[in-house]
Structures are given as C-alpha cells and as structure tokens.
Ligand binder design. Structure first.
Ligand SMILES: [Zn+2]
Length: 236
C-alpha cells in the first residue's frame, strides 16, 4: 500500500511538472525555463514599472501632513495603470493563488536588496483580521513576505502589531473614509517583542492611499522602532 501511495505521489509530481502553465494575462503557454509561473515573458516585460520611492512617498502627502509620515522608503514593482495586472492581484487576494505572491515577493526582495542596504530586523506582513483570514483562508501579504525573505533572510513576524476591530473592505471607500477606517486599529506588542532601535519592513499587496502602511509605521515608531520601510507588489 505504501508503495502505491508513493508511486501515486511521484506520478502526480511528474504531471505537475509536465502540465503546461498558461499566462494569466494573455493565455499563452509559459516556457518552463522562465522564472515566473503565472505570467509570460512578453507580458512581464511590458508591465509598467512602479515609480521610485520618493514619488510614492509624496503620494502620502495627499492624506497626511509631512510631520505625520512615518515610513522612510517604499518599494514597489509595478503600476496598476495596466488594468490587466489587476487580474493577477485579484487572484492573489481572493482566489487563493498565493504562490503568485511568493514569486512576486522574490522579485521585490531582489529590488530591495539592490536599492538599499538596510538589514531589517523584522518583516511585517500587514495583518488582516482573523475573521477575514477565516473567510479567505490566508493572509496574502504573508506569502509576499515569504518571497522577500528568501532573498533578505531575516525574520517574518506577524505578531509585532495586533489588529483590532473588523473593518469593511477598503475597495469602495474614498481616500478620507479609508483613512478613518484604518485609524487606531493597530496596537504594537512591545512587551512581547523588543522594538527598541529595530528596523522593520512592512509588506502589503497593493499601495493605494498608503494609509494602512503609514499608520502601521507610526504605531511602530511610537513604540521604539528606529526606521520603517514598506514594500508592495503594485501601485494602484
Ligand atoms: Zn502573457
């Protein structure tokens, strides 16, 4: 019986390897040698790049005064001006294709390593409320964080901050409603983790207004953290 089971497993692994993968954006088969499994080289190299960190940071000035900006650098891969890319982000978020998150996390990790020399003490995936996690089954930001950490090799810690009340989905809210929605919902956990003088990289899937990332940054800085950066796959 054991042997049959092992044989079955091997058979399924071979099938997985042999099964052609198709591009999420154009449906063309993807060559096995390409380093991404969900997007073909043609589509990948045509994705519009995200702006540089200082340009992304300046977007926070629409919702925050300069004194209230807690995040130092923000790294992102793509701009969502290409609306097709939303299909990928949507799959990552709602259809459980979290290995997409890992693959893009690897790319983000490489970008961060090229652009700066900070040795982060912690990587913090933006926490989602446990009710949402039950509904969705996973936190998509954690899978992106795992990809990043394969490159940066530090510590992922989901418990640095605790998320409070359940907030409604951000998608349909205006910028000011989003800001209210995320205010005061995070508490740091300084008794459990020493945050003094630490550096933290916050990870989220998409940067929209940046309110969540900035409030998380301010919470961490108020609890002894020295520097907070952030990384997202895409910019809305
Ligand atoms: Zn394609």
């Amino acid at each position: 019986m054991e042997i049959t089971l092992v044989a079955k497993k091997i058979f399924h692994s071979i099938c997985d390897l042999a099964a052609p993968k198709y591009c999420f954006l154009c449906n063309k088969p993807i060559d096995n040698h390409f380093h991404l499994s969900y997007i073909c080289p043609d589509c990948f190299y045509n994705l519009p790049s995200a702006s540089d960190s200082n340009v992304i940071i300046s977007r926070l000035l629409q919702s925050f005064s300069a004194d209230d900006i807690g995040v130092s650098d923000i790294f992102s891969l793509f701009s969502l001006k290409d609306t097709d890319f939303l299909k990928i982000v949507h799959s990552l978020k709602y259809e459980g294709l979290y290995s997409i998150g890992f693959e893009f996390g690897l790319l983000l990790g490489q970008k961060i390593k090229e652009k700066n020399s900070t040795n982060y003490d912690y990587i913090l995936p933006v926490p989602i409320h446990s009710a949402k996690k039950r509904e969705r089954g996973y936190n998509q930001s954690l899978h992106i964080a795992r990809g990043i950490n394969s490159i940066l090799k530090t510590e992922i810690n989901e418990k640095l901050v605790i998320r409070g009340k359940y907030t409604q989905s951000q998608t349909l809210l205006t910028a000011s409603q989003r800001k209210e929605n995320v205010k005061d919902i995070y508490r740091a956990n300084p008794t459990k983790f020493n945050l003094d003088n630490k550096t933290v990289l916050i990870v989220d899937d998409v940067f929209t207004t940046g309110s969540t990332i900035n409030y998380l940054s301010l919470t961490l800085l108020n609890n002894g953290v020295k520097k907070v950066d952030a990384a997202t796959i895409a910019l809305a």
